[in-house]
Design a protein. Sequence first.
Length: 512
Amino acid sequence: MSRKVTDKAVANLPVRHVKTVIIGSGFAGLGLAIRLTQQGRNDFLVLERGSDVGGTWRDNTYPGAACDVPSHLYSYSFALNPDWSRSFSKQGEIQQYIQGVAKKYNVLDKHIFDCDVTSARWNSDTSQWEVESTKGSFTADTVVSAVGALCEPALPDIKGITGFEGAVFHSARWNHDADLTGKRVAVIGTGASAIQIVPSIAPMVAHLDVYQRTAPWLLPRMDRPYTRPERLAFKHIPGFQRLSRAAIYAARETQVVGLAKVPALMQAFELIAKAKLRYEVRDRELRAKVTPNFRIGCKRMLISNDYYPALSRDNVDVVTDGVAEVRKNSIVTRDGTEREIDALVVATGFHVTDSPAYNTITGKDGRTLSEVFDDLGQQGYKGSSIANFPNMFFLLGPNVGLGHTSMVYMIESQINYIADALATVDRLGLNTVEVRRDIQDAYNASLRSKLEGSVWNNGGCASWYLDKHGNNTTLWPDFTFEFRRLTKSFDVAAYETSSDNSRNNLKVVTAQ
Ligand code: N01
């Protein structure tokens, strides 16, 4: 991708003021950039630490990377793509789609790439954010964090791992220079990433050890290429693609009943998963090893048709004894067995509730987001704002995650809300907006009571959905259309506002 004119401009300016800074250009930040452009709100910049748009779809280039939500739903509602080659697209096709959308909607010139935001600090005297980055300093009236939850790889804290002499890398930072052909390889982890990596590399490696801590539940992957007539129909028959999208949405939304409201209903999924396990894993010993011990849905339900067959290969072993130590050329498990390897893939997930990025954002009382979350857990309001952080909005903030359908739907809901917030601030001539603590507390109390009955809280598993306090601060516990309704417009009455430069002059403004 070519460099943007804004890069040079910024390098020559000590401090640059923009009305709105958006941090991150995955589906979320890019979507907001497009919306602001469409509204003629051109005084914004997107600061992106990578050298391209795409976020997680730019970063996760591991073999087999693909989405587990069908593409006709996992795409922007304003940029449907009739040309998806198959029902569940692979990473490359999704990344191409995102790049194409960025180009089509003409927002690349608003981006500064390779621009890592190192800190954002609220200045109460100026009522502005002071943003430091590797491409210079900025001040902004409003900052929107769109960094996403699955962007900071979590490396396992295993004794000796830094002394490993072969290639070692995280699934989200795949080392394409490391040729695994004919090598002895270990994969640590059996989550959504690992179950795609394992079948992709198993045929090429000499031997593969899969280190499993918790066996995941697997459902069939109903994936297939689209035929040419289908693609022509998506393109030329008015409404056909929207209808198909709506059908996928509706089918997926029915899962909410079991996941969030009546976990006993998840037994139906468990029956399918158990039948699949029996059919695909003939070896009884292996089947016992990979049989999950928690209610399906408690962790993300995975879909794959080739994971179990890969585990059944002669050159693949599932190791469940627990990793005790990594040595120069081997892994030692807790039972004392040492297995030699040439390369190690850590597919151990992400810092979701403890992201290092939270240390870099400092709110009005001088506390960072990490410090605020340390006290309260990760709490916000409609996933979009957090008390103590005035004029800051979040895309993919607390409790907007999903396990069953498209995150793009949630992102677009939040874009509606935040774009309306920015318009409201202008319309009312507001200087600051900050969600009221009492409103945020009531909102979180309601979330907690909904989550109490969910499979995520009661399914007998540990998952990245729960924070260190054991609270589920990541998932949306209701139908997604309910979230769409809640975020339809900005509810200014839920916010403390000021309309001049004095932070002492806060007042509550009623909804317009
Ligand atoms: O990460 P994970 P992921 N020693 O956290 C294990 C999305 N996604 O990258 O279950 C040993 O799910 C850990 O074990 P346990 C999707 O939302 C989507 O796979 O905690 N093992 C687990 O098995 C997904 O949920 C897609 O006991 C250790 C694994 O590592 C999210 O990203 C594809 C360990 C981590 O699994 C994250 O998925 C990929 C240790 N010290 C990702 N630490 C699609 O759309 C962790 N583990 C298809």
